[in-house]
Design a protein around this ligand. Structure first.
Ligand SMILES: Cc1ncc(COP(=O)(O)O)c(C=O)c1O
Length: 507
């Protein structure tokens, strides 16, 4: 296929010229009534914001430009089929798990998955069997799961039908998923891959290969994160074999809006063309610039840069475009540096953790933006290095506490809010995390340990991006044990039991 083709964009261009009078939705009628947003972003965006008019295509029964554009995407990502998504990789994760897992099915997965996975476990009723990721002790982060640990998990759980992998991790670690996929398939296990942070993979020889090219059954990728499409747009990739096309398509349509945005789909198409036709050149240059920047950053006093060569056996390959900088040598934690970068240097980092900050280099970056980052860190070190003692913060953030019930059972159990400090030994009824990265510190159904509480308390006191369901900052939702539940009279229930509709924060 000709990867220079842009069928959706061409159709939109043509449609716009026709001057059709709209009696369909959306109701802004191609921007006929001027509003503040239109003044900000221009009428053209409104002209392109159409639903499924004559001359364009229908998402639920694609036969024209959407079909062709998704076929071009499938080819570019080395998959048999591609589905455009307009609700991020989060919806792709939900779709993947809901396609292959039924209530009570065992799914093997690393503990350091995104909150969308926890939500999919709740919706599907699947029972997680966690594989411990290897930990980089120096940075206090998870590296990925090793090939040996994954194969052991498959062997020890012959009744598990699904393996879920994260590739790459938020910090760029890529485990040897080719070997793992082949082994899983030899045992009849379906492989799902969360490649949210690897939309650029396979488009340059400087980058790891995409999981779809490596043979995974279903892969979700956040094209908006590194591939240059608009926020919310993502792709779900499918390889024929273990998962049938019609069953994945059915779930896609179940979870998808019936009015997907043409602007988001056009942005996926535009990004696919750029990646397929110029990705090699763009990412070879960016990978080279990142390498130089990491060398310079590691010479700056007080900073340590994650060096892929010093990583664990769980890191088979490393995404060169992720820059992970440990900052505690400056006497600051990652959350302090995240704020200083924004306030003093006008730089938005992707995320902070207790020890580090992460810079994501993506298709929109250049030599100049990368230099600006390095210069800011030089100045930061000049200002802070030696001023304070190096900081010691809680380490090793990923543990696997005992699972007492499935996430779904815990989520639908009767719950009460208890003080965080008093929750040790209770069973969590909610996921608590800092977002980003959105990796739960505790998952519903897990026994809450003293280490988990120490981490939650540290994050609560030191960062503003903590997410949990219970609104009260010092409380956490736990499952009411059966005996207590039986004893609780109706009046108490009114006071203690958290109603799903109150006291719960939407995030
Ligand atoms: C590993 C991982 N998976 C999935 C997602 C969800 O992606 P999206 O924001 O596209 O819904 C994220 C978001 O940060 C993520 O980090």
């Amino acid at each position: 296929m000709d990867q220079n083709k842009t069928p959706i964009i061409d159709a939109l261009r043509l449609y716009q010229k026709k001057g059709i009078t709209s009696f369909d939705v959306p109701g802004h009628k191609r921007g006929r009534r001027v509003c503040d947003l239109q003044k900000l972003i221009g009428k053209r965006t409104f002209l392109m914001d159409v639903n499924a008019p004559v001359g364009l295509d229908s998402y639920s029964k694609p036969h024209g430009v959407i079909k062709e554009s998704m076929e071009l995407a499938a080819e570019a990502y080395h998959a048999d089929n591609a589905f455009f998504l307009v609700n991020g990789s989060s919806s792709g994760v939900h779709i993947m798990i809901m396609t292959v897992c039924y209530d009570g099915d065992k799914i093997l997965l690393p503990r350091n998955t995104h909150k969308s996975v926890t939500n999919a476990l709740i919706m599907s009723g699947a029972v997680p069997v966690y594989i411990g990721p290897e930990i980089n002790e120096e940075f206090g982060i998870a590296c990925g799961v090793s090939e040996a640990a994954t194969i052991r998990a498959i062997d020890e759980n012959p009744d598990a039908k699904v393996l879920f992998l994260v590739y790459p991790t938020y910090y760029g670690a890529c485990s040897n998923i080719k070997a793992v996929i082949d082994y899983a398939h030899s045992k009849g296990v379906i492989v799902l891959v969360d490649q949210a942070h690897g939309a650029h993979f396979s488009f340059s020889s400087a980058l790891p290969k995409s999981a779809a090219e490596l043979g995974a059954d279903l892969v979700v990728t956040s094209t908006h994160k590194t591939g240059g499409s608009l926020t919310q747009s993502a792709m779900l990739l499918h390889n024929e074999g273990f998962v049938k096309y019609h069953s994945i398509k059915k779930r896609v349509l179940m979870f998808h809006t019936t009015s997907p945005s043409y602007i988001l789909m056009a942005s996926l198409e535009s990004s696919r063309k750029l990646l397929a036709t110029e990705g090699e050149e763009i990412f070879s240059e960016l990978a080279w610039e990142c390498k130089k920047a990491k060398k310079e950053l590691s010479k700056i006093p007080g900073l340590v840069v994650l060096n892929p060569n010093s990583n664990s056996s769980a890191t088979h390959k490393y995404d060169p475009t992720k820059i992970v900088i440990k900052v505690t040598g400056l006497g600051l934690d990652g959350f302090d540096v995240y704020d200083i970068m924004f306030e003093k240097y006008g730089i938005q980092m992707e995320l902070a953790e207790p020890t580090l900050v992460l810079a994501v280099i993506a298709i929109g970056d250049s030599k100049e933006t990368i230099h600006k980052l390095v210069d800011a860190f030089k100045d930061l070190s000049d200002t802070y290095y030696g001023k304070y003692e190096p900081l010691v913060v809680p380490q090793e953030r990923i543990r696997i506490p005992p699972s007492i019930m499935s996430p779904r059972q815990a989520f639908y159990s009767e719950k009460k809010a208890v003080n965080i400090e008093d929750a040790i030994g209770e069973v969590a009824a909610e996921a608590v995390m800092i977002y980003p990265p959105g990796i739960p510190l505790c998952v519903p159904g897990e026994r809450i340990t003293s280490e988990t509480i120490a981490e939650i308390c540290y994050c609560k006191d030191n960062c503003s991006c903590m997410q949990k369901d219970s609104i009260e900052p010092d409380k956490i939702l736990v499952v009411i044990p059966d005996e207590e539940n039986d004893k609780t009279d109706n009046d108490n229930k009114m006071n203690n039991v958290i109603n799903e509709n109150i006291n719960v924060e939407d995030d």
